[in-house]
Design a protein around this ligand. Structure first.
Ligand code: ZN
Length: 282
């Protein structure tokens, strides 16, 4: 990653150097060896009047270009130079800023329950999503839990699933019932919410073994909410698996913000070039 940025910066620098050299060459080609009319470039050395004999312009108005005169660069050329040069400091500053802003760690914890002893469904997956600033010392707490219930294959071999999401800060659960109507659990997450969701998906929740499984799932949820993987004990499922994965990255707002900032700087530069080069009203 760092080496790619370095190659990019060197490439940009090379482009800028080439363009600046090309422009300097172009300007050198425009210089003159004798004083000439500012309008038509006709040599005007030793003229007794201020009127150009070639084009008839008043030399006091159109000016005389001498070998030492440097013509101002046209706005378009200035705009191109600005556009090519800006990315270099922008890259360097952005890389420094990204290095200074604390990284955000995204952690996903998964618990998979397979083959429940009740046989009332095929399995259940729990997933917690958490986000915390690296080095803040704040323990990892999930902001969302996702539950996926996998039903037993139907007569046609179809595998139905039902998903319930829980927003941790508001303690609200939502899922679609059998008719596809959204249901919002208003009582927060409880064994009753889980039971109602599973019943809506078609699980026979009256089975005592299902009640035992719900109790086990509830204890797993408590672990996930505390940011820890559940301990393994005697479980009413034939199989339980899962794991934790996390990845650290700069905060999501950082790159768009930097992009917006440099775009604004570029735009202000362009406005300044155009505004400054506007001819004065006569
Ligand atoms: Zn002239």
């Amino acid at each position: 990653m760092a080496s790619i940025s370095l190659i990019f910066v060197i490439l940009l620098l090379a482009i800028v150097v080439i363009v600046v050299l090309a422009i300097l060459r172009l300007r050198r080609g425009q210089t003159v060896s004798v004083p000439v009319c500012g309008n038509c470039s006709y040599p005007v050395r030793g003229l007794p009047t201020f009127t150009c004999p070639e084009c008839g312009s008043d030399l006091r108005e159109v000016g005389i270009v001498t070998p030492t005169t440097r013509r101002p660069l046209p706005p378009l050329v200035l705009a191109i130079i600005w556009t090519l040069i800006l990315p270099v400091p922008a890259m360097v500053v952005s890389v420094v800023v990204i290095g200074v802003v604390p990284l955000v760690q995204e952690t996903t914890m998964n618990v998979h329950y397979l083959a429940p002893s009740s046989g009332a469904y095929a399995g259940l997956d729990l997933e917690s999503h958490s986000q915390n600033t690296v080095g803040s010392g704040i323990p990892i707490r999930p902001y969302e839990l996702v539950f996926a219930l996998r039903m037993n294959p139907g007569p046609a071999g179809d595998m139905k699933t039902s998903t319930m999401r829980m927003d941790v800060s508001s303690n609200r659960c939502s899922y679609l019932d059998a008719a596809g109507k959204p249901v919002e659990g208003s009582t927060g997450l409880s064994a009753e919410t889980l039971r109602a969701w599973m019943a809506a998906a078609g699980v026979d929740t009256k089975k005592p073994q299902v009640q035992v499984e719900i109790a086990e799932i509830m204890s797993t949820i408590q672990s996930l909410l505390a940011g820890t993987m559940p301990s393994t004990g005697s479980i009413p499922f034939t199989n339980r698996g899962g794991g934790t994965s996390s990845n650290t990255s700069p905060p999501r707002w950082l790159v768009p913000s930097l992009g917006g900032f440099w775009l604004l700087v570029w735009l202000l530069g362009i406005i300044r070039i155009v505004w400054k080069r506007k001819p004065l009203p006569v």
